[in-house]
Design a protein around this ligand. Structure first.
Ligand SMILES: *[C@@H]1O[C@H](CO)[C@@H](O)[C@H](O)[C@H]1NC(C)=O
Ligand SMILES: *[C@@H]1O[C@H](CO)[C@@H](O)[C@H](O)[C@H]1NC(C)=O
Ligand SMILES: *[C@@H]1O[C@H](CO)[C@@H](O)[C@H](O)[C@H]1NC(C)=O
Length: 154
């Protein structure tokens, strides 16, 4: 697949997802990040991997978990809090799962978050080992994810 073709597929998928997930813009006064991932792993296993990883990371506090939604709060070193959630949807690709992650800073003054919200999401998926699963793809960009271009996750 050429890059151009890939980009078209990625964009189409994203537009589709924005519609599915209501498409309402997040409040602009809070820094936020939305990411989508496609993995060749069934959603129930994805759910388990994410929950296990969040529990293993001291900076996260796990909230309610259902088969399709995982909620948590993240507290960063400087004491800022971000609300984080992951939703899972089975794909038509056999055994695949479409994951959507969202991280929003609690305070307006963290608007320039240097990629904190991106890293909140990315570090969980990376730590869970899902980045190494078959067909793993991460989708995001600067307007869905503030600080994406700046981020160097620890
Ligand atoms: C996350 O933070 C919000 C707002 O402070 C709070 O209402 C919610 O209960 C917290 N959730 C967890 C799991 O701590
Ligand atoms: C996930 O979090 C975002 C930002 O706080 C919120 O807008 C969205 O409704 C949440 N999604 C679900 C499924 O709770
Ligand atoms: C972002 O990075 C800049 C430059 O390194 C720093 O001055 C600023 O405090 C950082 N902001 C946050 C919210 O971490």
């Amino acid at each position: 697949m050429t890059f151009r073709r890939f980009a078209v597929v990625a964009c189409t998928l994203f537009l589709g997802m924005l519609i599915i997930t209501n498409g309402k813009p997040t409040e602009v006064t809070h820094a936020f990040c939305k990411i989508a991932w496609l993995v060749g792993v069934p959603c129930d296993q994805v759910n388990m991997a994410i929950v296990t990883q969040i529990k293993a990371m001291g900076s996260y506090k796990l909230g309610p978990v259902t088969p399709t939604l995982i909620q948590a709060n993240h507290t960063s070193a400087v004491g800022q809090t971000e609300r984080v959630n992951f939703t899972m949807m089975s794909t038509s690709i056999s055994l695949g799962c479409l994951i959507q992650g969202c991280s929003v800073s609690e305070f307006w003054f963290s608007l320039f978050d240097n990629g904190t919200n991106y890293c909140n999401l990315h570090n969980v998926i990376q730590g869970s080992g899902l980045t190494k699963s078959l067909g793993f793809i991460e989708f995001t960009n600067e307007w869905l994810c503030l600080g994406f271009g700046l981020s160097a996750c620890k």
